[in-house]
Design a protein around this ligand. Structure first.
Ligand code: THU
Length: 133
């Protein structure tokens, strides 16, 4: 799927964000190696700490469908800046994405910037650290 089609999908997905408290909308689309797409939005809660970010909502969607490898992440927010996924979401993405995978950040102005995951979260903690490799 090309970037214009992804952009259109993100714009529609962003409308599904449930964010009545912050009014900060986030949408995420993850792509597996076969090109299948998995969507997520941020879902807030009156008990604020129960909120889930769009990226982790998309990961939960993908992993529940049996996916174990993600090659691209596309994230759009309602901001006119390019917003990085938060630390917890980056850590969650690292579990399933190779370090050099692309993370494409869209603002609300039809622009995007491409990052490598390893540049958004350098020196991340991975299963290699647990195995002492
Ligand atoms: N949010 C995300 O969905 N992803 C992030 O990586 C950062 C923050 C959401 C959580 C909350 O609903 C709103 O943005 C404001 O923090």
């Amino acid at each position: 799927m090309n970037i214009k089609e992804i952009h259109l999908k993100l714009e529609n997905l962003l409308k599904k964000s449930y964010s009545p408290y912050s009014e900060f909308k986030v949408a995420c689309i993850l792509e597996d190696p076969e090109g299948n797409l998995y969507e997520g939005v941020n879902i807030e809660n009156a008990s604020y700490g129960a909120t889930i970010c769009a990226e982790r909502s998309a990961i939960a969607n993908a992993v529940t469908k049996g996916v174990r490898k993600i090659v691209s992440a596309y994230v759009m927010t309602s901001s006119d800046s390019f917003i990085s996924p938060c630390g917890i979401c980056l850590q969650t993405l690292v579990e399933f994405m190779p370090a050099n995978s692309q993370v494409v950040l869209f603002n609300n102005q039809k622009s995007y910037k491409i990052w490598k995951l390893e540049n958004l979260l350098p020196q991340s903690f991975t299963k290699k650290d647990l195995l002492n490799e």
